[in-house]
Design a protein around this ligand. Structure first.
Ligand SMILES: [Zn+2]
Length: 468
């Protein structure tokens, strides 16, 4: 059976847009203060998920609401199940919007709203793809299960719950990233370096703080310390350091011989630490030139030498590279030192297949044993995920992409995580096209309207070829 998916999508583009606008108008942000038993992530995500199921029912799909955690709709029958995992929750709007984030608006061919590209737009494009197959009664040999999450942007509590209720589909994709495909996602783990705090010497470090979250590069860090040094000399050293290292910062003398200092670098996502400037490691690098002693010296040596620009964990003894999945990356995300309570540095690792959290921990322990008290393993570890290029799923999706765009498909591995990893044979597929402007999680988030329809065409053909 041959179907002109493009003309089928274009026939429905007004309906698609209207349904998308309805969903975009729901502020489906997780709200922990309004969590109830009936609304596990607050009322917003639930309302959007229910509205989605209502649309699917209107179109004649069989749906089920799994205890207000996820919405499911199914089509077709077969021994194997193709899963499609999308989500209705969005990150908070934040500031800096030119139009209301929950009143979708089209300007210059772009649909602006929170969730336009992550993930309501792609979700609706994939939904219309399935709807077309159903409208045309295209014969399929597999069951399609479309799962709508409500907690993708936070802890994936929706999926943790869902998989206690239903089995995982055999294979599938998540329309929540980019084309041509994301068929590999690195593993994710955190390790906390523990230091003793007590220190005294020519210089004493009182406090050192930097970073908000382990998955973000700390933009800035602050320290307070005492030492036998004139403010003028310190200032001269610091000005030279700032120029030499292209960082910002400020310095103050609290009282004679007691100082406060801040270094400002550049924040970035923790999955790509090499794109940021870690303010905390630069601050430590500056301070370690003075005569600190004992545990302060150890802390500053680790932060300012070992962790300084060590994005691939070479100096700390955890480096690893896989031929397909690339290099392990390390983000030193949170720094805390207090002369009374001791110190901690939280490191977040994104690692390819071939290494694991325990090996990373052993490497750190061995390399840093003279400096730290111990290494503590973080709470959540995710294993690396990779579906080979010659797997039929990946090969088919890349072929569909090539047939509709005329562009050669290629595999991509990322440091972040998508719902694609929920299935052993799962990938992320679209809906953003190469060269797109990434506005996800930012002010003035948008999706190009024409891309929405292009994606729907690709999804329709992809579901058809995977399930026929
Ligand atoms: Zn998303």
């Amino acid at each position: 059976m041959t179907v002109d998916f493009k003309s089928e999508v274009l026939k429905r583009k007004d309906d698609l847009k209207a349904d998308l606008f309805t969903l975009l108008a729901i502020p489906s942000v997780r709200d922990d203060e309004k969590v109830t038993e009936a609304a596990p992530f607050g009322p917003g995500p639930l309302a959007a998920m229910k509205k989605f199921l209502e649309i699917a029912e209107r179109d004649g799909f069989t749906t089920r609401n799994v205890d207000n955690y996820v919405g499911v709709l199914e089509y077709g029958e077969g021994e194997q199940t193709l899963g499609i995992f999308a989500h209705m929750d969005v990150v908070p709007a934040g500031s800096g919007w030119e139009s209301d984030p929950f009143t979708p608006e089209i300007r210059d061919g772009k649909i602006y709203a929170r969730g336009a590209s992550d993930d309501k737009g792609p979700t609706v494009a994939a939904y219309y793809a399935l709807k077309i197959l159903k409208d045309l009664q295209v014969p399929l040999s597999k069951k399609i299960r479309f799962v709508i999450g409500t907690d993708e942007e936070s802890g994936w509590g929706d999926m943790d719950y869902y998989f206690t209720k239903e089995a995982k589909p055999d294979f599938g994709f998540s329309p929540d990233a980019e084309f041509p495909i994301i068929n590999g996602e690195k593993g994710n783990t955190s390790e906390i370096l523990i230091f003793d705090g007590a220190n005294q010497g020519e210089f004493t470090l009182h406090t050192f703080k930097g970073g908000l979250r382990e998955n973000m590069v700390p933009e800035s860090a602050k320290a307070s310390f005492s030492g036998n040094l004139s403010f003028a000399d310190l200032e001269e050293d610091f000005e030279a350091f700032k120029i030499a290292h292209s960082v910002g910062g400020a310095l103050a003398e609290i009282k004679a011989g007691e100082f406060e200092i801040e270094v400002v670098g550049k924040s970035a996502h923790g999955a790509s630490p090499q794109t940021g400037v870690n303010g905390a490691t630069y601050l430590a690098r500056f301070l370690r030139t003075y005569h600190f002693a004992g545990n302060a010296k150890k802390f500053l040596e680790v932060a300012g030498h070992f962790l300084y620009q060590d994005h691939y964990a070479n100096k700390i003894g955890a480096a690893f590279e896989d031929a397909k999945m690339g290099k392990l990356t390390m983000n030193a995300g949170i720094f805390n030192f207090d002369e009374a309570d001791g110190g901690e540095i939280t490191l977040n690792f994104r690692f390819p297949k071939g290494t694991d959290a325990l090996t990373i921990k052993e490497g750190l322990t061995k390399t840093l044993s003279a400096y730290i008290v111990k290494v503590k393993q973080g709470e959540r570890t995710q294993a690396p995920h990779y579906v080979p290029e010659d797997d039929e799923l990946v090969a088919t999706l890349l072929q569909v992409y090539e047939d509709h765009t005329g562009e050669k498909g290629y595999e991509q591995i990322i440091g972040g995580g998508t719902f694609g990893r929920l299935m052993e044979r799962g990938v992320a597929y679209g809906a953003m096209f190469p060269g797109y402007t990434d506005t996800m999680h930012q002010a003035n988030e948008f999706i190009v309207e024409a891309d929405l329809y292009r994606a729907a065409v690709i999804y329709a053909d992809a579901i058809y070829r995977l399930a026929r």
